[in-house]
Design a protein around this ligand. Structure first.
Ligand code: NDP
Length: 287
């Protein structure tokens, strides 16, 4: 007997999630603000509830995947959450997630927050590697792990309801740094007779080769010794940044994506830390 699921929110992500539970044979009740989207899923076997409150009443396990935290407020206003297992997959900040956990507790529900590390086409496709960070009630997570694992992998990151959002944003933030670096790299070759598709595999392989350096950084942060295992000391790297900036200048490329990071490297070096790794930059960011 598969667990019955209620899902509020049938946007691109909610619809993708919904289809995986239907395909796996979970009885599914759905609600969406714009009813036509629920009608489409009803044709595939879901029960379409007339209101969010009615959808919540239908099942103990209630998942929410709406646009933002404010839409969660709006949708769940007036719903009876007593005894419910509320799983909120709506992207939010750690503070919003913690406040939502408290809000759910006051209404008698167990609460789990989720941060989705996937785009809709990765949902229900295990080999795509998408997963969801979960934090909050460990009991809820353990009881429903199988159901939660139907659309994508599950990674539980702690009782603090804000941690799923924090891990999610940490990974996305690092991703944007990578996008910024790749954007600069493409800009450098933009005016040359170089096919971007010939740079692409080199770029992808180089980024992949450099990615494991995050482990060394983590080890240095934990030990407090930022010189451990250093192969490219800060003093050498700061000197090298001049070549990168001069090249950007020669290629007519703005340094604005790289400059903030280089400025932090110089500020750290000014503290007399030339033998360290780049790890000290992190301490300049935290205030
Ligand atoms: P969509 O924009 O496709 O859908 C938004 C959903 O929220 C719709 O169901 C919409 O209803 C509903 N909604 C918006 N405002 C309100 C409101 N005030 N009251 C009730 N319902 C409301 O977004 P996605 O489905 O793509 O995303 C949903 C969540 O998943 C977001 O938090 C997003 O950050 C997250 N996510 C999405 C990813 C993606 O790649 N798409 C990746 C990872 C996370 P209606 O149909 O009536 O407009």
């Amino acid at each position: 007997e598969k667990t019955s699921v209620t899902l509020l929110g049938l946007g691109a992500m909610g619809t993708a999630l919904a289809r995986t539970w239907l395909a796996a044979g979970h009885p599914l009740t759905v609600w969406n603000r714009t009813p036509s989207r629920a009608a489409a899923l009803a044709a595939e076997g879901a029960k379409a509830a007339d209101s969010a409150a009615a959808a919540v009443t239908a099942n103990t396990l209630v998942l929410v995947c709406l646009l933002d935290d404010a839409s969660v407020d709006e949708a769940l206003d007036g719903a009876d959450l007593a005894g419910k297992d509320l799983v909120n997959l709506t992207t939010s900040t750690p503070a919003q997630a913690r406040a939502r956990a408290e809000w759910a507790r006051e209404r008698g529900a167990r609460y789990l927050d989720g941060g989705i590390m996937a785009v809709p086409p990765m949902i229900g496709v295990p080999e795509a590697g998408g997963y969801v960070f979960y934090s909050g009630s460990r009991e809820l997570f353990e009881q429903h792990q199988e159901t939660l694992g139907t659309p994508a992998g599950t990674t539980y990151v702690g009782q603090d309801a804000g941690f799923a959002a924090l891990y999610d944003v940490a990974l996305l933030s690092a991703m944007y740094g990578m996008f910024a670096g790749a954007a600069h790299a493409y800009a450098l070759i933009r005016k040359e007779d170089i096919d971007p598709t010939s740079l692409a595999p080199l770029l992808a392989d180089w980024l992949a080769a450099m990615a494991p350096s995050v482990h060394q950084t983590a080890g240095q942060l934990r030990s407090g010794d930022y010189t451990k295992g250093v192969t490219s000391p800060l003093a050498m790297q700061v000197a090298g940044t001049q070549t990168l900036l001069s090249t950007a200048d020669q290629q007519g490329v703005s340094p604005e994506l790289l400059s903030p990071y280089f400025a932090l490297m110089r500020r750290r070096l000014a503290k007399g830390t030339g033998e360290e790794d780049l790890t000290g930059v992190i301490d300049l960011l935290v205030h």
